[in-house]
Design a protein around this ligand. Structure first.
Ligand code: FAD
Length: 447
């Protein structure tokens, strides 16, 4: 009898955990293939620390082949799924076309930056969803500070040291909090011309920061940010973005060279193309994470609309907490569909949230207990170390170094503005220069 073939598309929180669980349960009896554009799992919650120079970029990654020894990694971006022929088409890193045949398919492609129809934003803003964007932002901030230091006129200096973050969810809040500490650290060593201090603005249409989280987390974050001098503006958004600044909907024009777009995410467009029912762009699945009518297809994480059994009629939110746990259930249910064990529904009640505000500060509510200050900071960092599937020692070492050494104000300039456009279906890959790829050849597997 031939071995069953399982293809998992996407190696983020959901896909990585599916692969790991399945590999443990099937013990080498099944061919497990993981299709992902990068050879690493990205621990997204640490990305703001990469942008702020606390962590070196590789710290937030975990090698797929190094930690999933019995899973075959195929590098590529899936761009076509044929549910009848049971195949996944993809493009590899050098432009080669490939096709994978499956007996079971798990779609775990996550989400991409959400766009809003605001003039100029697609051209002048950058998102915050992948490592290239975090690297770009670290360099960009450093460069703006360096250029501000030599700017002749105060207006240019002010514009270069004004950083606007739109969206006060956990991503935007953490980026602004970490960013302010980063630029403060840079000016401490190289003060700017008289009286000018870096200024971070955090905007949201909602009436409070962290609008989707517990009120007490929101109050803590708001207090910490304002104390540090972040200009928090709720019920405010951007009306237009230009090369020289942003026009706010309250009529203010802010001179800036930096617009960071953290208004949220939308499911990866791949799931919209397969012709199955969607819920706000997410692929609808049943509580067993099966796509209805296709017992061989599963979906989980941000890309899937998974019924929230604790809140009937609703779907689980797009968080790493859910994606990670759904990955485990997907792994078990795929194994069960191959005759190994029993399938079970996905059911999880979130046990709290942590928001790292940089330095020793954080806002957290583990098991509903609201924490702030250094205790929350310690809980948050401890949580991340425990949650990461690898690379913990290096992360902890970087935190230690950051506590005792000054931040490195060095821009490598490897990721340029045009290589991280806001409107992309692949925020995990930096766009490369040059003509479309030439070395194209097909790679087909037996179907
Ligand atoms: C900056 C930031 C901070 C966050 N902090 C927190 C936090 O503190 N707590 C929390 O709970 N959540 C947090 N989140 C949200 C959390 O990261 C997501 O909900 C989670 O990553 C979703 O997991 P996923 O597996 O669905 O998607 P992802 O983790 O995004 O993984 C998707 C994977 O699919 C791959 N992929 C995409 N398209 C294709 C394709 N066409 N073909 C092949 N592979 C593809 C991607 O490269 C990626 O590896 C944060 C998000 C961001 C951006």
């Amino acid at each position: 009898m031939s071995r069953s073939r399982v293809v998992i598309v996407g190696a983020g929180f959901a896909g990585y955990r599916t692969a790991r669980t399945l590999s443990r349960l099937t013990r080498g009896t099944t061919d497990i293939t993981l299709l992902n554009p990068t050879d690493y799992f990205l621990y997204l919650p640490l990305l703001p620390q990469v942008a702020a120079g606390v962590l070196e970029p590789r710290r937030a990654t975990v090698s797929l082949s190094g930690t999933l020894p019995h899973v075959r990694l195929v590098l590529g971006v899936a761009d076509g799924i044929d549910l009848d022929r049971r195949t996944v088409r993809y493009e590899g890193p050098e432009g080669e076309r490939g096709e994978l045949a499956y007996d079971r398919l798990v779609l775990a492609v996550g989400s991409v930056n959400k766009l809003l129809p605001v003039p100029g934003v697609a051209e002048h803003a950058h998102g915050f969803r992948g490592l290239p964007e975090a690297l770009y932002l670290r360099d960009h901030i450093t460069r703006q500070m360096e250029l501000a230091a030599i700017a002749q006129d105060p207006a240019t200096c002010r514009a270069r040291t004004t950083f606007v973050v739109v969206g006060a969810g956990y991503t935007g809040t953490e980026v602004a909090a970490q960013g302010q500490l980063f630029t403060d650290a840079l000016v401490r060593r190289h003060p700017l011309r008289k009286g000018i201090q870096p200024r971070w603005m955090l905007l949201d249409l909602a009436p409070r920061v962290l609008p989707e989280l517990d009120r007490r987390l929101s109050d803590t974050a708001d207090r910490v940010l304002r104390t540090r001098g972040v200009d928090v503006r709720t019920r405010t958004s951007v009306k237009e973005a230009t090369r020289d600044g942003v026009l706010l909907d309250d009529g203010d024009f802010v001179d800036t060279r930096t617009l960071i777009w953290c208004v949220g995410v939308r499911p990866d467009p791949l799931v919209g193309d397969i012709g199955r029912p969607l819920e706000r762009g997410r692929l609808l699945v049943d509580p067993f994470l099966n796509v209805p009518g296709h017992l061989d297809v599963f979906a989980c994480g941000d890309a899937a609309a998974v019924p929230d059994l604790y809140n009937p009629g609703q779907y689980t939110t797009m968080t790493a907490q859910h994606a990670w746990r759904q990955g485990k259930v997907a792994g078990r249910n795929v194994a069960a569909s191959l005759g190994m064990g029993e399938r079970r529904p996905y059911r999880h009640r979130p046990v709290g949230f942590t928001v790292d505000l940089g330095g020793v500060k954080a806002a957290a509510n583990p098991f509903g207990i609201p924490l702030s200050g250094p205790l929350a900071g310690a809980v948050t960092r401890g949580y991340h170390l425990a949650a990461m599937p690898g690379n913990r020692v290096r992360v902890a070492a970087d935190w230690l170094l950051d506590a005792v050494l000054p931040r490195q104000a060095v821009q490598l300039g490897l990721v340029r503005s045009w290589s991280v456009p806001l409107d992309t279906a692949s925020p995990e890959l930096a766009r490369l220069p040059g003509p479309p790829r030439e070395e194209s050849h097909d790679h087909h597997e037996d179907t």
